[in-house]
Design a protein around this ligand. Structure first.
Ligand SMILES: Nc1nc2c(ncn2[C@@H]2O[C@H](COP(=O)(O)OP(=O)(O)O)[C@@H](O)[C@H]2O)c(=O)[nH]1
Ligand SMILES: [Mg+2]
Length: 192
């Protein structure tokens, strides 16, 4: 969180984290496509030729002023591929909260766990830890025929009992619910 006293703005950074191809960019694309023009910046994506996120996707979202201060959210996605570890570390730096986008498909459970452990390692390097950091879980790709049950995913991934959401980012199901929840967490943390 950063307060710009001159502009009466409060700036927040929210990072969408998760394994490659879990649907992080699709979340941002849906959010961007369904927001009022007045509230958003352009969606900036730096992509490789194969259309996978190279460095990050980024957009800005402004909410109505609360007690005279304007909350402004910077939404980022991280690249999932293993060799972009350094980019992920940079993007996580200064994050106020994380949305962990898990892939519900059976074949992606190891990738989900690896990415969650990678997130924990990077948080620890920043002097934080998942147990004391605001984050929510999104179980994406609920439409896939090989999607695991929510009970199974909860047992595997939600060992800290954080808020969780079912989603199908390609149709937008669950996308705004997830965003609202993480924004609420960020506001709660700000009050402390
Ligand atoms: N079936 C299905 N495909 C999805 C869903 N969300 C994303 N995808 C697809 O999964 C692929 C990877 O999505 P992307 O957002 O680029 O993943 P990222 O690497 O996490 O940013 C793309 O082909 C998306 O269209 C979903 O909910 N259901
Ligand atoms: Mg991406």
């Amino acid at each position: 969180m950063h307060i710009d006293w001159a502009k009466k703005e409060i700036l927040f950074k929210i990072v969408y984290y998760g394994p490659g191809l879990s649907g992080k960019t699709t979340n941002l694309e849906f959010i961007h496509a369904h927001l009022d023009d007045k509230l958003k910046s352009d969606l900036i994506s730096l992509k490789t030729r194969e259309d996978r996120t190279l460095f990050f996707d980024f957009m800005q979202l402004d909410l109505d002023a609360i007690q005279g201060r304007k909350p402004r959210f910077f939404l980022y996605t991280t690249p999932g591929q293993v060799h972009y570890g350094f980019s992920r570390k940079l993007i996580l730096n200064g994050a106020d909260a994380v949305v962990f986008v898990a892939d519900s498909q059976r074949s992606r459970m190891d990738a989900n766990l690896d990415s969650l452990m990678d997130l924990e390692t990077k948080l620890i390097n920043l002097g934080k830890t998942l147990a004391r950091f605001p984050w929510v879980l999104q179980y994406n790709k609920r439409d896939c025929s090989s999607a695991e049950s929510i009970g199974f995913l909860q047992r595997k991934l939600n060992f800290l009992n954080v808020p969780y959401f079912e989603a199908t980012a390609i149709t937008g199901d669950g996308v705004f619910e997830t965003l609202k929840s993480v924004i609420t967490l960020v506001f709660e943390k700000m009050k402390d």
